[in-house]
Write a new protein. Sequence first.
Length: 358
Amino acid sequence: MHNSLMTSAQFPDELPAEDPQAIADALQRPLHDLRISVLDQCNFRCPYCMPEAEFHSDYAFLKRQQRLTYDEIVRVATAACKLGVSKIRLTGGEPLLDKNIAVLVERLAKLPGVDDLALTTNGVLLSAAAEKLAKAGLHRVTVSLDSVDEKVFRAMSGGRGDLAQVFAGIAAAEDAGLGPVKINVVVQKGVNDHTIIDLLRHFRGSGTIVRLIEFMDVGNRNGWRMNQVVPSRELLTKIQQQWPLRPVGRNYPGEVARRYEYVDGAGEIGFISSVTEPFCGDCSRARLSADGMLYTCLFANQGTDLRKSLRNGAVDDELQGILSSIWLQRADRYSELRSPELAEHHVLQKVEMYRMGG
Ligand code: SAM
Ligand code: SF4
Ligand code: SF4
């Protein structure tokens, strides 16, 4: 266990702060990415993430004092950057529900070592926020959009928002220089898989990069079933029949999407195949939840309470020591070991994605 009882005396010489390369986990994976969930609330109720029946009007979301302050988030991010993090993504819940998020963006953008600062949003509040975020130093945005068919879109957002708002958000982000925008599409069999070709047609040639994500068994509340997963391979074959594609190399080690480009030059798409083709081997991501828990895997059932350490007065070296110690011990590879049967029966307790940050 890592907790606030750890003192700097326990980590005197093991901080490779001068050499970020030295931080590698038990499976030799470096720490490169930090995903920060700024709040657990959301204005959508996507059934695969926050089903309405569970997340109803009196659901107890975190209270303000339970959430990390910006100062606390920046302290954790600073320590993480010293250990090798160069990519930071703000997520949630819905990060744009935080009206002051540009202030946090501005502070994170100034951290030494951060060369990629991104944000994932459902896009509904993006048109109003894009310019401010870009001015604050955000580099790019990913917009989650599961269908361009209004009915299917509404079914997958839990009846919230409308397509026109999301399209306006994407356009505003491009105009503000936050492009190329990436579009995350969770593909669920029998729900939106029949609308994928239309969605690709909509974005082909626009410079926007669509990424098709296999429905994952994150958390325990989304009723995940293996038979609702559309394997990326199947989808690829179907898309190829419409528009020939060819593979493109990775942008950087640890990139989760397998990239393809349209042979006719209409742009790029990606597949994120966590279920059928796991990529734990080079997973370099840590996640910080809105209440300050640090998780080393999207499917974790426990994390480390950094808020406790922060509020008990841990100094920067101690914080860095705690992070370093967690990462050095990390051996997560859930997707490589996944048993669909255990996942369907919720045998393992897992932290929900809206809380941990997607
Ligand atoms: N609310 C923001 C949004 O939707 O973009 C940010 C948080 S959301 C948890 C981050 C990403 O996780 C979204 O792209 C969403 O589609 C994805 N996601 C959530 N539940 C998922 C699941 N069960 N399987 C695959 N992706 C999921
Ligand atoms: Fe909200 Fe994003 Fe989860 Fe949908 S996927 S419920 S938009 S946090
Ligand atoms: Fe990384 Fe865990 Fe996903 Fe594997 S299952 S890629 S270790 S987050």
